[in-house]
Design a protein around this ligand. Structure first.
Ligand SMILES: NC(=O)c1ccc[n+]([C@@H]2O[C@H](COP(=O)([O-])OP(=O)(O)OC[C@H]3O[C@@H](n4cnc5c(N)ncnc54)[C@H](OP(=O)(O)O)[C@@H]3O)[C@@H](O)[C@H]2O)c1
Length: 295
């Protein structure tokens, strides 16, 4: 109840920002202290939250690599970014996250660029954000991060064999899987004393392509009625930008953020044993697919 009121009133949390904050607002003081040569790799950046995140990061001087399945759309996004920020460096690489071969190709192409990778945002999977990633580790982590969503985005018996498909349930499962994955990766990184952090972000309810995909009289009416409660795309991208760039999230790992503040997630998402099981199952699937790909 308290959280709902805070959301509706846009009351700022401990970070100084809240549900009304936009991506530009939360990053406006960052440009001056951000290290130069920062590279962010963003998937899902041809529309919605990802595109706005890419625009704002580029505006703050971050080099942005956009992984997109539709390069025409990606070029349009780049054009828009560079029109606003003429010096922005935006690199486009093709990736279809539903294709394992495409993910592998993408990893090789990214490695060939020989760029540092400081921020990895998998916007397509509820915004898992890795910071200060060591470049040499990228392929490995990328594949796992992406694959876990493909794996969990189906109705299956505990992330195993696919049995049937229900879109809403699959969506919820894929989001749960992302948080579990973030928590398990964070645990493993901490165990290794790696100077890499990973967090999950909930953007809020934002009117983007994701809603356009569920068109219909009922959905349209519901969204029309609720439109005052929805976030704008720029408000929806504020938490991703905040978690990726803020000094206050430096060293913070395995957490879940909403409205630019650390937040509690469901008890299921906090189940450590489930997170490990998901990790192990994903790892096994990943290796199976890698073996198949090389045979
Ligand atoms: N909007 C909300 O209210 C809301 C709420 C909670 C969580 N989220 C999460 O936030 C994230 C971003 O959502 P959004 O609202 O910004 O959605 P969106 O506007 O529909 O953007 C989705 C992005 O993902 C890309 N994409 C989809 N399938 C892909 C594939 N197989 N390979 C590569 N790229 C692919 C799309 O590329 P194309 O341009 O090629 O289609 C697009 O760039 C999603 O994970 C969503 O679940 C959104």
């Amino acid at each position: 109840m308290k959280a709902t009121l805070r959301y509706l009133a846009g009351i700022a949390g401990p970070s100084g920002f809240g549900s009304n904050s936009t991506a530009e607002q939360v990053t406006q003081d960052f440009s001056s202290f951000l290290p130069s040569n920062l590279t962010a790799l963003i998937t899902g950046a041809t529309s919605g939250i990802g595109a706005e995140t890419a625009r704002v990061l580029a505006k703050r001087g971050v080099r942005v690599v956009i992984g997109a399945r539709d390069l025409k759309k990606a070029r349009e996004v780049r054009e828009k970014i560079q029109k606003e920020s003429p010096g922005a460096e935006v690199i486009l690489l093709e990736i279809d996250l539903s294709s394992f071969a495409s993910v592998q190709r993408f990893c090789s192409e990214f490695l060939a660029l020989d760029l540092p990778l400081n921020i990895l945002m998998n916007v397509l999977s509820e915004l898992g954000i890795l910071r200060r990633q060591n470049r040499n580790d990228i392929c490995y982590k990328l594949l796992r991060t992406f694959f876990v969503n493909e794996n969990a985005g189906r109705e299956n018996d505990r992330y195993g064999t696919e049995v049937s498909y229900n879109g809403t349930r699959a969506y919820a499962q894929s989001k749960l899987a992302t948080i579990l994955h973030v928590k398990e990766v964070a645990r493993q990184l901490k165990e290794r004393n790696a100077k890499v952090t990973i967090n999950a972000v909930h953007p809020g309810i934002v009117k983007t392509g994701i809603i356009r995909a569920h068109k219909g009289l009922i959905t349209d009416s519901l969204f029309f009625i609720a439109s005052k409660l929805l976030k704008s795309i720029s408000q929806g991208a504020s938490t991703t930008c905040y978690v990726a760039l803020s000094g206050k999230t430096e060293g913070v790992s395995g957490k879940y953020f909403t409205d630019c503040n650390e937040s509690n997630c469901s008890s299921l998402a906090n189940e450590e044993s489930e997170a490990r099981k998901l990790w192990n199952d994903t790892y096994a699937l990943l290796h199976k697919r890698l073996r198949q790909a090389t045979n």
